[in-house]
Design a protein around this ligand. Sequence first.
Ligand code: ADP
Ligand code: MG
Length: 263
Amino acid sequence: GRSAGLEGPGAVRPEVAGARSATGVTISGLHKSFGDNEVLKGIDMSVAPGEVVCLIGASGSGKSTLLRCVNRLENPDAGTITVGEHEATHPDVNLDAMRRQIGMVFQQFNLFPHLSVLENCTITPRRVLRQSTAEAEAEALAQLDTVGLKHLADRRPDQLSGGQQQRVAIARALTMKPQLMLFDEPTSALDPETVGDVLASMRKLAQAGMTMLVVTHEMGFAREVADRVVFMDQGLVVEEGPAAELIGDPQQPRTQDFLRRVL
Ligand code: ADP
Ligand code: MG
């Protein structure tokens, strides 16, 4: 569960600026091929509002494609995906409205190199949410404070470590007030010494009640923070369960093989 050690009776959830009601995701019968390569072969999975699910599996098993189908960066061939009240796979879905509810953080953080940290975090709320500069800056500073980087608001991305840039990318996503956060290997490109601070920011977000679907190879994070872990192999969900059970006592041979290799 959500860090059992931190959530005893009377535990206080850390405040995350702008945290708001969470939204869930339901995926059923999802198929996706690239040419002859069937990458997703009928995926059923869900993330409940406020739940943290870690998606694990070998490279090439379809994890990124699955995440990209959720916000329709890829078009599924079959199946349904709902995100809150939006049916992502419906022909008439309002993609802009749906995507505004979804924050995405990738391995490559893609900050604008010529803009300051603060400007990186205000440009989209100003353009898309039509916020005033003052309103956008106040929200951005609050989110940068949440990830511990308010003091670097005037820096440019190239003056930050990889881990700091990734935390800016998280703050930037949060300025749009998403109800669901998708993370695709957010720490895979980072120097080992900066990984911990990124995971700490993600843990704080989880504890604030954000719905999170996280592709990661960080089994310590999955075990501590995830409510559930889903193991995918070759386009199918092989096994899923509570984090401690799936990681500590996997039942399927393919899960056991995978975990033996990464742990
Ligand atoms: P994972 O994230 O688990 O490593 P991916 O979803 O990235 O897996 O990739 C799964 C398979 O889909 C791989 O064989 C990959 O080459 C293929 N694939 C992913 N995206 C594309 C694409 N845009 N065009 C063609 N093949 C793709
Ligand atoms: Mg991937």
